[in-house]
Every structure is written in structure tokens, then in C-alpha cells.
Design a protein around this ligand. Structure first.
Ligand code: SAM
Length: 243
């Protein structure tokens, strides 16, 4: 980890700082981190506990199972970042009840200065810390993880790969799933025949326009079959495409 030194910087507040950089330290994101294209700082929320047992959570008012991360401790961790007006990074609390992370939101965030990301554990965080710090609640999908750290890795990876210079050929970003409102077409590589299965003839033709046409048709068919929600939006914008 290398502090706030790069133009795009992520600060993750967590009870498990040792989980970072984790998978973000490998492959594309890891190389970009080493190259200084982005920076990562993990802040240990437990450092802001006040008692000798380093307690960060307590039982929920109103009863019920589990524990809740205390507002005063989480707030102290956030305020320690001393984010004055110069730090315009979005402040995000990862939560299953947040707005879903989308490719569009990842693009917006990649175009900005970075992100401050709070990871919950247990039942979550006392609502007052979320409100007092104006946190944007964001979900990575309709399922429940045991903590926000894997979600933070997902969010940061989705942003970092969009930063200039991280992916070698920027065309591969433009053609990906979600960029045109469609899922991506299938891919093939060598060997040309494998397990009795061959590559679609058109991909061997060298005819760029026909290849592009085939790929678009495949992308449309896959989207129509697998994601009626995306298809309805896409088809509504394309004259002649029925839903
Ligand atoms: N009680 C919470 C609920 O029902 O919404 C679930 C808490 S979960 C066990 C603990 C933490 O994991 C959450 O505070 C959040 O930070 C993180 N988390 C779990 N699922 C997530 C998701 N789908 N997206 C983002 N963060 C998630």
C-alpha cells in the first residue's frame, strides 16, 4: 500500500486492514498500483476504539441478534481522514441495501479523484454514523456478504481497470458487457478445432464488417435471453428491435 500519492486514490476503512491490497495487489490492478497509477490506504477502524478491549460494536437497540458497529467509533475513523474541501472523493458505505453498483457508476468514479470506502461487519453500522457523514450507500448485488471488504475489492477493481493506462488496449473496455447496454458476444481462440467443436466460420473470414455484425447479433441475442431488463432498455432505444 502506498498512501494518497496517485491521482486516483482509494481509502478503505475496515476492521480487517490486512485483507488489503489482497486481490487488488495482483494482475492489472496490482501492476497499476506498483506503477503509481492509483494508491490504496487501509485504515483500521479498531484504532479508534476507546477501551482496553478495543471494542467497536455493541448490541442493537430494540433487541435482535448480532452486533452493530458503533457510530462514535466509525465517525472517529472517518473524521481522522481530515477530508477538507480539497478532498472531493465520494464517501461510500458498502451495504446490501445501497443503490446497485453499475458500470456507469464505476465510470463516473474512475473519472473522479478516487473513493473513501467504509466496510461494514456484523449487522452493519449505526445509522447515525452513515447520516452524520453523508455516506452514499452502495450494494454490489442482491446477496449478503459477511463483510464489506470483498465488496470494496469489487468496487475498487471495477474503477481501477477504467483508469487511463491500466488496460493496455482501451478498445477492449469499449466493447465490454454493459458499455453499449448489452452483454458481450462470445470469444474464441486457438486451437481452431477443440473437442470436436469448431470456431464460427465468420470469425475466420477476415471480413471485419461481417465479424462486427455477427458479434452484435450475438450480443443482442445473449442479452435478450439472459437479461430481459437490459434488453428492454436497449431495444427501446433501437428502432425496429422488438422487446
Ligand atoms: N444486516 C445487513 C442487512 O441485512 O442488510 C447485512 C450485514 S452484512 C452481514 C455485513 C456487512 O457486509 C455490511 O454492513 C456491508 O458492509 C457488507 N455487505 C454485505 N453484503 C453486501 C452487498 N451485497 N453489497 C455491499 N456490501 C455488502
Amino acid at each position: 500500500m502506498n498512501g494518497r500519492t496517485a491521482p486516483w486514490s482509494a481509502t478503505v476503512l475496515t476492521l480487517f486492514p490486512e485483507m488489503f491490497p489482497g486481490c487488488l495487489g495482483h494482475s492489472l490492478a496490482g501492476k497499476a498500483l506498483d506503477d503509481g497509477l492509483w494508491s490504496l490506504e487501509a485504515v483500521d477502524i479498531r484504532d479508534f476504539a476507546r477501551d482496553r478491549h478495543a471494542t467497536v460494536d455493541d448490541t442493537p437497540f430494540g433487541g435482535g441478534p448480532g452486533m452493530v458497529m458503533r457510530a462514535d467509533i466509525v465517525d472517529a475513523a472517518l473524521r481522522s481522514l481530515d477530508t477538507g474541501p480539497a478532498d472531493s472523493r465520494p464517501r461510500i458505505f458498502l451495504s446490501p441495501r445501497g443503490a446497485p453498483l453499475t458500470q456507469r457508476r464505476a465510470r463516473e468514479m474512475a473519472a473522479g479523484p478516487g473513493a473513501i470506502v467504509l466496510c461494514g461487519r456484523y449487522e452493519g453500522v449505526d445509522q447515525r454514523a452513515i447520516e452524520a457523514n453523508g455516506l452514499e450507500e452502495m450494494s454490489i448485488g442482491d446477496y449478503v456478504l459477511s463483510g464489506g471488504e470483498p465488496a470494496a475489492a469489487v468496487l475498487i477493481d471495477a474503477c481501477v481497470r477504467l483508469l487511463p493506462g491500466v488496460v493496455g488496449d482501451a478498445r477492449s473496455l469499449a466493447e465490454e458487457s454493459f458499455e453499449r447496454g448489452l452483454l458481450e458476444h462470445p470469444h474464441y481462440t486457438r486451437p481452431q478445432t477443440w473437442n470436436g467443436m469448431t470456431v464460427p466460420e465468420v470469425l475466420l473470414s477476415g471480413h471485419h464488417a461481417r465479424v462486427a455484425e455477427w458479434r452484435l447479433a450475438q450480443a443482442e441475442e445473449i442479452t435478450r435471453l439472459r437479461r430481459p431488463d437490459l434488453w428492454a432498455r436497449y431495444a427501446g432505444q433501437q428502432p425496429g428491435k422488438g422487446v
